[in-house]
Unconditional design. Structure first.
Length: 137
């Protein structure tokens, strides 16, 4: 069996509201969860469980660039869901591990600066609708 192709964390494309923030992003996260509904029945020592409603979150953080801060702020200010995508690895390359896409509402926007560092941003979002995973071809 050949060795697995690991994907370095810096390989990928992060965008929201059609704005590619890959050049300034340091960390991104896409998470999914669902509730587990328990069903207890007479005569059984253990309960059964079924999958409940699902939800997903999306976040990104990184350095602020003078060229992109206005787009990030505009994405936060809209009340409508914005599109996001997270390409894992290099699309159509050896490290292509697929892409997640969907829509989300940006719920927080933090901007931080320090005297001995750069200005940075952080956005958190709650998903709306169903996210899609498209595997590499």
């Amino acid at each position: 069996m050949p060795d697995p192709t690991f994907v370095a964390g810096y390989l990928g494309v992060v965008s929201f509201d059609s704005n590619d923030v890959s050049a300034i992003a340091h960390v991104t996260k896409f998470g999914r969860s669902r509730g587990g509904l328990t069903k207890k029945t007479f005569g059984n020592r253990y309960q059964f469980a079924i999958g409940g409603q699902r939800e997903f979150t999306f976040s990104a953080s990184g350095s602020i660039s003078a060229e992109q801060i206005a787009a990030i702020d505009a994405s936060y200010e809209t009340d409508e869901p914005v599109a996001f995508s997270l390409q894992i690895g290099t699309a159509a390359g050896d490290t292509d591990a697929g892409v997640y896409t969907g829509n989300c509402v940006l719920t927080t926007l933090d901007i931080d600066g320090s005297a001995d560092g750069q200005w940075s941003f952080s956005v958190d979002a709650v998903g709306t609708g169903t996210p899609t995973y498209t595997a590499a071809v």
